[in-house]
Design a protein around this ligand. Structure first.
Ligand code: ATP
Length: 139
């Protein structure tokens, strides 16, 4: 049997995925990371974006809002602030979150509110991109 990666996607709300993979792609904060079995150990933070888990030709996509990624030669662990399967993304909610963040950013708000709105905008845009990608792949 070919070597596999054991993948866990965890949030404070619970486990979102556990399973094997041949290849994982994750949105590292310094760029997208592709992980194959026997990858060197690595710990990095995550940006809002998509985690792709490929196993035997089947691909599953998850939104992650940020957090940490731990890579070991046979294990990938995602510790996310929030995560959901691409098919569970509520696009109307993400649109509303985007509108509300954009509207806050157009107002005079405190630095802290600006940072929060910028982060909320990044989450909303990443959710919308992944939902769109999923739609295109289904047609
Ligand atoms: P919102 O302002 O809509 O709450 P948010 O970016 O602040 O968005 P998060 O903090 O990333 O939300 O996530 C909080 C919880 O809500 C998590 O359980 C996350 O999976 C879920 N969630 C947030 N937005 C969506 C969405 N558009 N579709 C599905 N689940 C979502």
């Amino acid at each position: 049997m070919a070597d596999k990666l054991h993948v866990d996607i965890l949030t404070v709300e619970g486990r979102r995925f556990k399973g094997d993979a041949d290849f994982v792609v994750a949105p590292g904060s310094e760029g997208e990371l592709g992980v194959l079995p026997h990858h060197i150990p690595l710990l990095t933070s995550l940006a809002p974006g998509a985690v792709k888990v490929r196993n035997e030709g089947e691909e599953q996509f998850f939104f992650v809002s940020g957090g940490f990624l731990e890579i070991r030669p046979d294990q990938v662990t995602v510790l996310a602030d929030a995560a959901e399967r691409a098919e569970d993304i509520d696009e109307a909610r993400a649109e509303e979150a985007r509108r509300s963040a954009e509207s806050l950013l157009q107002q005079k708000v405190s630095d802290a509110d600006q940072v929060a709105a910028t982060a909320a905008l990044a989450r909303a845009e990443a959710r919308l991109r992944l939902a769109e990608l999923r739609r295109r792949r289904r047609t």
